[in-house]
Ligand binder design. Structure first.
Ligand code: HEC
Ligand code: HEC
Ligand code: HEC
Ligand code: HEC
Ligand code: HEC
Ligand code: HEC
Ligand code: HEC
Ligand code: HEC
Ligand code: HEC
Ligand code: HEC
Length: 322
C-alpha cells in the first residue's frame, strides 16, 4: 500500500513525464537562443559564426599587406566583441563600397573616415561606441561642439599607443598637442601632474577630465569640481562641525587644478591667499610685525595658525586654528 503511494509521487505516469521532458527541452532551447542576444558577445566568441581576425581584409591584402597583417594585432582586430557575428566587422565596416576600389585601386572609389568631416567620422565610430561607459556622453560635449573628431586623438592603423589606439604616445601628449597652455603645469613649482616611480602618470588629464564629454562644461569626470577632487582627497569632503564656505563651494577659490608657481597648487602666495576675502575683518590680529597674532608672520602666512582651512571638527575650531 505505502509502496504504491511512494511510487506514484516519485514516478508519475509515463505520458506526463514525456510531456514534461518535451517542455523542459523546449524551454532549454529557448534560453540558449535568447542567451545569444543577451549574453555579452565575448562569452560567445568561440561559436562558429564569429569571424577570425585572419578572415578580415583578404580582398585587400594584395595591395595593403601591411595594414591587413597588422589588423589582427590591434585592439579592434583582437577583440572578440568586434569580430562577433551580429556586428560582422570587416574593413567595410569603416570603408564603405570597396567593390569597385578592389578592382581599380583608385582612392576615389572607396570611403575613408580620414577624409570625412568630423561629424561623420564620429558617427561612424559611434555606430558601435555610443553606449560605452566612457563615450556615451560624446554628443553635445565641448569637443563635439568644436568639431574635434575621434581621429583628433585616435587612429585606427597607426597608433603610437596601442592600448587606446592613441595618435600620441601617452594620454597627456595627446591632449597637450592642442592644449598648449596646460603644458607649463608639468614644470611648475607645484604640479598636479604626478608621475609614479615607473614614469606612468599617477594623476593625469583623464583622472579629472573625460575627453569624451561629461556633465560639466569642462568635461570633468564628476558633476562638480569638488566631487572630482573628493574622489582622491576624500578627507576634504567632511562633514565638518565648522565649515569654511569657500572650501565647500569650490576648491578652485584657492587652488589651481594643474600647476602653480606657489606651493600646494595655491593660486596666490600663502600670505595673500586669505586676504582676497578677509582683509577688512581681522580685529583680533595685530598688523604690526612681532606683536601677538601678527598677520605678517612669514612662511605659511595665515595658515601658520589657521591650519584647518578646509574645515574643522574640533569643538573649538570655529576659526580653524585646530
Ligand atoms: C588593386 C590594389 C588594391 C586593392 C585590392 C585594394 N586597394 Fe585600397 N588602395 C589602393 C591604392 C593604389 C590606393 C591609393 C594609395 C594612394 O594613393 O596613396 C588605395 C587607397 C585606399 C584607401 C585610402 C582612400 C583615401 O581616400 O585615401 C583605403 C581606405 C583603401 N584603399 C581601402 C581598401 C580596402 C578596405 C580594400 C579591400 C576591401 C582595398 N583598399 C583593396 C589599392 C588597392
Ligand atoms: C563595428 C563596431 C566598431 C566600430 C565601427 C568601431 N569600434 Fe572601436 N571597438 C569596438 C569593439 C567591440 C571594441 C573592443 C571592446 C572590448 O573588447 O572590450 C573596440 C575598442 C576600441 C577602443 C579601445 C578600447 C579599449 O578598451 O581599449 C578604442 C579607442 C576604439 N575602439 C575607438 C574607435 C574609433 C576611434 C572608431 C572609429 C574610427 C571605432 N572605435 C569604431 C567596436 C567598434
Ligand atoms: C580629445 C581626445 C579624444 C577624442 C576626441 C576622443 N577620444 Fe577616445 N580616448 C581618448 C583618451 C586619452 C583615451 C584613453 C583614456 C584614458 O587615458 O583613461 C580614450 C579612450 C577611448 C576608449 C576606451 C575607453 C575605455 O573604456 O577604456 C574608447 C572606446 C574611445 N576612446 C572611443 C572614442 C570615440 C568613439 C571617439 C569619438 C566619438 C573618441 N574616443 C574621441 C581621447 C579622445
Ligand atoms: C574601425 C574602423 C576601421 C576599420 C575596421 C578599418 N579601417 Fe582602414 N582606416 C580607418 C581610419 C580611421 C583610417 C584613417 C587613418 C587612421 O586612423 O589610421 C583608415 C585608413 C585606411 C587606409 C588609408 C591608408 C592609411 O595607412 O591610413 C587604408 C589603405 C585602410 N584604412 C585599409 C583598411 C583595411 C585593409 C582594413 C581591413 C583590414 C581596414 N582599413 C579596416 C578605419 C578603419
Ligand atoms: C585636436 C585638438 C584637441 C585635442 C587633441 C584635445 N582637445 Fe580639448 N579642446 C579642443 C577644443 C577646440 C576645445 C574647445 C575650446 C574652446 O571652446 O575654447 C577643447 C576643450 C577642452 C576642455 C574644456 C575647456 C574649456 O575651456 O571649455 C577640456 C577640459 C579639454 N578640452 C580637455 C582635453 C583633454 C583632457 C584632452 C586629451 C585627452 C584634449 N582636450 C585633447 C581641442 C582639443
Ligand atoms: C586634478 C584634476 C585635474 C587634472 C589632473 C587635469 N585637470 Fe584640467 N581642469 C581641472 C579643473 C577642476 C578645471 C577647471 C574647471 C572649472 O573651472 O570649472 C580644469 C580646466 C581645464 C581646462 C580649461 C582651461 C583652463 O586652463 O582652465 C583645460 C583645457 C584643461 N583643464 C585641460 C587639461 C589637460 C590637458 C590636462 C592634462 C595635462 C588636465 N586638464 C589635467 C581639473 C584637472
Ligand atoms: C586622481 C586622484 C586625484 C584627484 C582627482 C585630485 N588629486 Fe590632488 N593630489 C593627488 C595626489 C596623488 C597628490 C600628491 C599627494 C602627495 O604628494 O602626498 C595630490 C596633491 C594635491 C595638493 C597638494 C599639492 C602639493 O604641492 O603638495 C593639492 C592642493 C591638491 N592635490 C588639490 C586637488 C584639487 C583642488 C583637486 C580637484 C580639482 C584634486 N586635488 C584632485 C591626487 C588627486
Ligand atoms: C580658502 C582657501 C582654500 C580652499 C577653498 C581650499 N584649500 Fe586646499 N589648501 C589651502 C591652503 C592654504 C593649503 C596649504 C596648507 C598648508 O600649507 O598647510 C591647502 C592645502 C591643500 C592640500 C595639501 C595639504 C593637505 O591638507 O592635504 C590639499 C590636498 C588640498 N588643499 C585640497 C583641497 C580641496 C580638495 C579643496 C576643495 C574641497 C580645497 N583644498 C579648498 C587653501 C584652500
Ligand atoms: C573666497 C573667499 C575666501 C577666502 C579666499 C578665504 N576665506 Fe575664510 N571665510 C570666507 C567666508 C565667506 C567665511 C564665512 C564668514 C562668516 O561666516 O562670517 C570665512 C570664514 C573664515 C574664518 C572664520 C571666521 C569666523 O568669524 O567664524 C576664518 C578663521 C577664515 N575664514 C580664515 C581663512 C584663511 C586662513 C584663509 C586663507 C587660507 C581664508 N579664510 C580664505 C571666505 C574666504
Ligand atoms: C599668530 C597666529 C595667527 C595668524 C598668523 C593669523 N591668525 Fe587669524 N586668528 C588667530 C586667533 C588666535 C584668532 C582668534 C581665535 C578665536 O577667537 O577663537 C584668529 C581669528 C581670525 C578670524 C576670525 C575673526 C576675528 O578676527 O576674530 C579670521 C577671519 C582670521 N583670524 C583670519 C586670519 C587671516 C586672514 C590671517 C592672515 C592674514 C590670519 N588670521 C593670521 C590667530 C592667527
Amino acid at each position: 500500500m505505502t509502496k504504491r503511494i511512494v511510487s506514484r509521487t516519485y514516478f508519475p505516469d509515463l505520458k506526463l513525464s514525456v510531456k514534461l521532458l518535451i517542455i523542459v527541452a523546449f524551454v532549454g532551447l529557448l534560453i540558449t537562443a535568447l542567451a545569444r542576444h543577451v549574453l555579452p558577445p565575448d562569452l560567445l566568441a568561440n561559436t562558429a559564426e564569429a569571424a577570425t581576425p585572419l578572415d578580415i581584409g583578404q580582398d585587400c591584402k594584395k595591395c595593403h599587406a601591411a595594414i591587413v597583417e597588422a589588423f589582427p594585432r590591434n585592439v579592434h582586430g583582437k577583440s572578440a566583441k568586434f569580430l562577433e557575428g551580429a556586428r560582422s566587422a570587416s574593413c567595410e565596416t569603416c570603408h564603405a563600397n570597396p567593390e569597385k576600389h578592389v578592382k581599380t585601386g583608385k582612392k576615389e572609389d572607396i570611403t575613408s573616415p580620414a577624409k570625412m568631416p568630423a561629424k561623420e567620422i564620429n558617427s561612424s565610430c559611434l555606430q558601435c561606441h555610443s553606449q560605452d561607459r566612457h563615450t556615451f556622453a560624446w554628443q553635445g560635449s565641448k569637443h563635439d561642439r568644436k568639431d574635434v573628431s575621434c581621429l583628433s586623438c585616435h587612429t585606427q592603423h597607426h597608433p603610437k599607443n596601442e592600448e587606446n589606439m592613441l595618435a600620441a604616445t601617452t594620454t597627456e601628449e595627446t591632449c597637450l598637442r592642442c592644449h598648449t597652455s596646460v603644458r607649463k603645469a608639468v614644470y611648475q613649482r607645484s604640479s598636479h601632474l604626478i608621475r609614479s616611480e615607473h614614469g606612468n602618470m599617477k594623476v593625469g588629464c583623464t583622472s579629472c577630465h573625460n575627453p569624451h564629454g561629461g556633465q560639466t562644461d569642462k568635461m570633468l569626470v564628476e558633476e562638480t569640481v569638488n566631487n572630482t577632487c573628493y574622489g582622491c582627497h576624500a578627507e576634504k569632503r567632511g562633514p565638518f562641525l565648522w565649515e569654511h564656505p569657500p572650501a565647500r563651494e569650490n576648491c578652485m577659490s584657492c587652488h589651481s587644478p594643474h600647476g602653480a608657481s606657489n606651493t600646494r597648487l595655491l593660486t596666490q602666495r600663502a600670505n595673500l591667499q586669505c586676504q582676497q576675502c578677509h582683509i577688512h575683518m581681522l580685529p583680533r590680529h595685530s598688523t604690526l610685525a612681532g606683536k601677538p597674532l601678527d598677520i605678517w608672520t612669514l612662511n605659511r602666512g595665515c595658515v601658520n595658525c589657521h591650519s584647518q582651512v578646509h574645515g574643522s571638527n574640533h569643538p573649538g575650531g570655529r576659526t580653524f586654528t585646530r
